[in-house]
Design a protein around this ligand. Structure first.
Ligand SMILES: Cc1cc2nc3c(=O)[nH]c(=O)nc-3n(C[C@H](O)[C@H](O)[C@H](O)COP(=O)(O)OP(=O)(O)OC[C@H]3O[C@@H](n4cnc5c(N)ncnc54)[C@H](O)[C@@H]3O)c2cc1C
Length: 434
């Protein structure tokens, strides 16, 4: 089947507008963002969000019945490539993680009453959310191992356990919590998805670790971006706060991942474009040993490798998006795993080269490159570690591989015998005619 990544002229106009809007209105927020209070920051972003809403581009990843455009992953991918240019762009466009994925999850599993309570306010940006699946004492790569427990007691769920790396939990109005509801069930039917409102007695934030992005502890208090260690000690929530059925946790968690990974990957491509532009500018601006940096072959090697890697990651991601649009998420698992792993790897490579090309300046916080590098590093772990995605890729390609007895299919002496037999008549005829 042919792939088609072409863009209609009207949609290209939308992309062009987005690119200009991100570069002119959102990128200038970056150099001052950390000096601003949350109120000051919101004063700047709220009118930008209004402009995005006016153009019908707010939360574009959602289905039309939820106020999105149902435009498909390919177009969304192209949009996210532009949004990746600035960390502030996703929140201006209503698709910042984890709210975007949580809204999708709630939309799939929630009753009408639950949607009234949480989904619409989340989509309108009136409330914020956190997603909490990972735990400190079991491998997040194997969520069937989670131990945080939610037990039904009358018309309440009682939660006990620990959670880890719940991004934004300290500023969230609701936490979408995955906890064991059916301990005796099959591994993928053991957990349910529950909504834990802010301030629920028995839920405390034990720790906000510093990270590579923000090394100091609790670095972003009140701002979002912290990854919280949560403690649940007999925390009680209403029975109605369960999304779907007990045991639906895995199904719901899986649903929020496919498109989100394409968006992650395309945003990383956006990061790469920015680093690549910075790299090219420096190479033609600075000289060493009597010639421009751009004329040194080792520098050209860095440009060539970066260009090829960005292009391959971009095309692979667009192909994954196209496959998802045409064959659905479940038939795109290998493609999605490939781009989740490969886009993060490429981003690390390109950012590392950009830092190298800028030398000492690249290593400083006077340029955004080192910060982009530290942030991008998370994507080799978050949302599934590289190795886990590689397992998915390998399983996909190995599943229909045929074992062979004796010599391998490519064994040349065996193939030679076969070839001599296959062409025996022609060879003999030709020999007689000589
Ligand atoms: C920035 C960031 C934000 C995050 N936000 C959230 C969030 O909001 N909510 C949430 O619930 N979680 C979140 N996480 C957690 C994330 O999902 C987990 O870190 C991830 O699933 C890996 O789990 P782990 O950290 O327990 O590592 P482990 O599962 O202990 O894995 C450690 C390493 O072991 C190796 N490994 C594990 N399994 C395999 C395997 N099958 N084959 C080969 N090697 C393997 C890999 O190298 C892996 O990196 C976030 C993480 C980061 C870094």
């Amino acid at each position: 089947m042919a792939w088609d990544f072409s863009t209609e002229p009207e949609f290209q106009e939308t992309l062009d507008w987005m690119r200009e809007f991100v570069d002119e209105e959102i990128l200038p927020i970056e150099p001052i963002a950390e000096e601003l209070t949350l109120d000051q920051l919101r004063a700047i972003t709220t009118p930008l969000q209004a402009e995005v809403q006016k153009r019908g581009l707010w939360a574009a990843h959602l289905d039309p019945e939820l106020g999105g455009q149902g435009m498909g992953q390919l177009k969304l991918g192209l949009m996210h490539e532009i949004l990746g240019r600035s960390v502030y762009a996703p929140s201006v466009f209503g698709n910042q993680a984890p709210d975007s994925g949580n809204a999708e999850l709630i939309a799939i599993g929630a009753t009408e009453e639950q949607k009234e309570k949480w989904l619409w306010p989340l989509l309108d940006g009136k409330i914020h959310s956190s997603f909490s699946m990972t735990e400190p004492h079991v491998a997040g790569s194997d969520p069937t191992a989670i131990i945080c427990r939610a037990e039904r007691d009358g018309d309440e769920w009682v939660i006990n356990g620990e959670k880890w790396f719940a991004s934004n939990a300290d500023v969230a109005d609701i936490i979408v919590l995955m906890a064991v509801t059916n301990p005796e069930a099959q591994p993928h039917r053991r957990a349910g998805m529950l909504i834990v409102p802010k301030g629920t007695p028995g839920m405390t934030i034990k720790h906000k670790p510093g990270t590579m992005s923000h090394p100091q502890h609790g670095p972003l208090d009140g701002r979002g971006g912290n990854h919280c260690h949560l403690l649940f000690e007999n925390a009680r929530i209403p029975a109605d706060n369960l999304i779907g059925q007990p045991g639906d946790g895995f199904v719901l968690a899986q649903k929020r991942l496919g498109g989100g990974r394409i968006h992650h990957a395309m945003r990383l491509i956006g990061v790469c474009h920015r680093a690549f532009d910075a790299m090219r500018e420096r190479l033609v601006s600075r000289t060493s040993h009597g010639k421009r940096l751009s004329e040194h072959q080792m520098m050209q090697d860095m440009v060539a490798k970066s260009a090829v890697e960005i292009e391959t990651a971009r095309l692979l991601t667009l192909k994954a998006a196209w496959t998802m649009d045409h064959s659905g998420a479940s038939n795109s698992r290998a493609e999605i795993a490939m781009i989740k792993y490969w886009s993060a790897k490429v981003a690390m490579n390109v950012l590392d080269r950009a830092i190298q090309i800028y030398g000492s300046l690249g290593y400083t916080t006077d340029l955004p490159l080192e910060g982009m590098y530290r942030s991008a590093r998370a994507l080799r772990i978050a949302d599934g570690a590289d190795e886990v995605h590689k397992v998915t890729i390998a399983k996909h390609f190995l599943r229909d591989a045929e074992p062979v007895e004796g010599w391998p299919t490519e064994h040349i002496p065996t193939r030679r015998e076969d070839s001599l037999r296959k062409f025996a008549d022609l060879i003999e005829l030709h020999t007689e005619n000589l």
